[in-house]
Design a protein around this ligand. Sequence first.
Ligand code: HEC
Length: 209
Amino acid sequence: MKIAKALSLLGFAVAGITLAGCKAGGDNQGLEYAPQMYHSVAYEPLTQIKDESQGDWLSNREDEKGEFFNSNVYNPHGMNMREPVEGTVPRNKGGYLPYRYKAFEVEAAAANLTNPVELTDEVLEDGERLFLQYCSACHGKGGQGDGKVGEIIGGVANLTGGAYINLPEGHIYHVITKGKGRMGAHGSQISPERRWKIVHYVKQVIQKQ
Ligand code: HEC
């Protein structure tokens, strides 16, 4: 009888702790199992616990602060990660600046942009591969607007003739990036460097300029 009573008390205690542990929300993470696994001593860029006493029941830190304390006192507001300096511009992979021209600003792009990628045989090879991959379905292998998809959607520009021959590099780059009319934007699929390689290929090989 005594054992049964003890067991039921134990059962209540376990249930109570479990239920208390479920009560999490907002800044309260509930009861943590093995809390030292969750609370980093190293600075965490995405969390900040400024209360020095938090977790002191568990702490064996050398700086005698609570185990959960995670705040860099040398930064403003104790932030763990500093904010970038005002006016900081993010660089894309490869050091490219973000593309700022809006879709309708094709003329400005044509007038101001120059191809930053040096023209080499290797670049033309890459350009060919990329053109076949991303453009030929509509524009055709030779750029004459006769790709299989092009046949169906119709109205695909023939890049080898007419006014298209004289398109400045910046214009082509802009159209690849933002799209034009019935051609969708490819900026999110193709990195800036690859777009410029395609531009070289279009100018040098397809348009023989
Ligand atoms: C889904 C089909 C499709 C794909 C893929 C496509 N294009 Fe186009 N492209 C078009 C169509 C349609 C037009 C005509 C757009 C219009 O004027 O309405 C066009 C027009 C153009 C023009 C002329 C823009 C102008 O100012 O009139 C260029 C340059 C061009 N495409 C280059 C490319 C390059 C380079 C690629 C590959 C990165 C590519 N296109 C991929 C369908 C496509």
